[in-house]
Design a protein around this ligand. Structure first.
Ligand code: NAP
Length: 278
């Protein structure tokens, strides 16, 4: 089968109907007058390998990857970027013309760009980072915080063993703190981020005492439904600059769009409105 002239991209996962990526990429395609399509595809675990063989032949130039395939695609790719290898998961695949599959992880990039855009004065080197949570998203956040020079990362997670495992992988900049001590590690933080799923619509709120919070800290939440979580509202009330999680989703998508469709898209208020459906 020859490659279609109209490039196709998409997102694979299971389930996939909740994904906001189609709306985002279709918006950019229309905005920049690029011929192309972005398609959500529900792919079961057992079908992953076959899907990666077939999609390039159907004219796909690449795909985003979400739960539950982010880790497994690393083993199926021919080339893996250093950051994807470090995180142990990929969210972006590029199907190269030579038939090779290139895996990257842009989640950490998206996290950092979101903070840079939302809090231009943010200086991650100026103090410790506090990271709540040690799941998949935390791995990308920690890798990016190390890369931008956070001097120390205080990591706390309900299940301590997961945080300890990240310390083993990411090194001595990571200090693991007991979950019950979460409110006592904020005093001199430059960056504070919730990477747990707490606070998401349908989940319990993320509640941590913020009395010790440094007003100079930039506080972010990866949860973006709702946009203003209880945690962000409390941090704002404490006088901190806050950055919601939607921008991370938008910024992680920009490098993928550029690789697939040849145009670096803007992440701005119009993009946010489209993805929010307002
Ligand atoms: P994950 O791998 O399942 O990790 C979930 C994390 O939440 C773990 O640290 C888990 O702690 C913690 N957690 C869950 N329920 C808890 C509870 N009742 N009490 C305390 N901790 C609890 O999920 P993930 O992929 O890292 O995603 C985490 C969140 O980030 C999700 O809300 C996701 O939508 C969001 N996210 C946003 C973006 C973005 O672009 N904004 C990107 C990626 C992810 P344990 O280890 O103790 O279970």
């Amino acid at each position: 089968m020859t490659q279609s002239k109209i490039p196709l991209a998409g997102v694979i996962g299971s389930p996939i109907s909740h994904s906001r990526s189609p709306r985002l990429h279709e918006h950019w395609l229309r905005r920049y007058g690029i011929q192309g399509h972005y398609i959500p595809m529900d792919i079961a675990r057992d079908d992953l390998r076959q899907a990666l063989e077939v999609l390039p032949k159907l004219g796909f130039v690449g795909i985003n990857v979400t739960i539950p395939h982010k880790e497994e695609v690393i083993a199926l790719a021919d080339l893996v970027t250093d950051r994807a290898a470090l995180i142990g998961a990929a969210n972006t695949l590029i199907f190269r013309k030579d038939g090779k599959i290139h895996a990257d992880n842009t989640d950490g990039y998206g996290f950092v760009e979101n903070l840079r855009q939302g809090a231009p004065a943010w200086n991650p080197r100026s103090g410790p980072a506090v990271v709540f949570g040690a799941g998949g998203a935390a791995r990308a956040v920690i890798a990016s915080l190390v890369e931008v020079g956070a001097p120390e990362i205080r990591l706390t997670n309900r299940t301590r063993a997961r945080a300890d495992a990240l310390r083993t992988e990411f090194g001595s900049k990571i200090n693991v703190i007991e979950w019950v001590q979460a409110g006592n590690i904020l005093d001199d933080a430059a960056t504070v981020v919730n990477t747990t799923s707490l606070g998401m619509t349908g989940q319990p709120e993320f509640r941590v005492p913020l009395d010790g919070l440094n007003r100079a800290a930039v506080v972010s939440d990866l949860v973006y439904t709702p946009l203003k979580t209880h945690f962000l509202a409390e941090a704002e009330a404490a006088g901190c600059r806050t950055v919601d999680g939607l921008g991370m989703l938008l910024h992680q998508a920009a490098p993928a769009f550029e690789r697939w469709f040849g145009h670096r898209p803007d992440v701005d208020e119009a993009t946010r409105k489209v993805v929010l459906g307002s």
